[in-house]
Design a binder for this molecule. Structure first.
Ligand code: HEM
Length: 123
């Protein structure tokens, strides 16, 4: 949990899948199904944060600035997923939030693989 990224990767991959399912259910007009998936997704937000914070706490001393940006990027990804789902339920526009989600995801992903643990494609 502290020294490998497997648990962290598992949590955010499952969260992304749940997010896509929730969006699809919402688009299909199944608000009840979407609500249930969204509740499960919220548990995964907490798991992403817990696993991310454990890694951060132990390793950020190596490069506090980059780790700080990774933390922020991850939190923005979670916030955007939640905003999009809430706004979809209210019938409000989500365009801007999708833009921020995609950019924040790319930045977070690149920072994640650049940092020393786990995958190191950019080393
Ligand atoms: C949905 C949001 C997130 C995504 C897509 C994501 C993605 C990633 C990826 C791709 C890695 C690299 C895995 C590896 O190299 O094996 C990683 C590692 C990491 N993530 Fe996240 N993450 C997210 C949220 C967070 C959050 C919220 C935090 C902080 C609380 C965080 C902290 C970390 C830390 C500290 C590492 C280890 C970096 C290292 O030392 O190599 N992540 N994440």
């Amino acid at each position: 949990m502290f020294d490998t990224t497997h648990a962290h990767i598992t949590t955010w991959v499952i969260a992304l899948i749940l997010f896509v399912v929730a969006v699809a259910l919402s688009n299909a007009g199944n608000e009840k199904g979407k609500k249930i998936v969204q509740m499960i997704l919220r548990i995964f937000y907490l798991l992403i944060l817990m696993t991310g914070i454990l890694l951060f706490w132990k390793h950020q001393g190596y490069n506090p600035a980059l780790y700080g940006m990774k933390f922020l990027g991850g939190v923005i990804v979670i916030a955007m997923m939640e905003m999009i789902l809430v706004r979809m339920s209210k019938g409000k526009g989500t365009g801007l939030f999708w833009g921020v989600l995609i950019i924040a995801f790319i930045v977070t992903f690149i920072l994640g693989i650049k940092l020393p643990l786990g995958w190191n494609w950019l080393a």
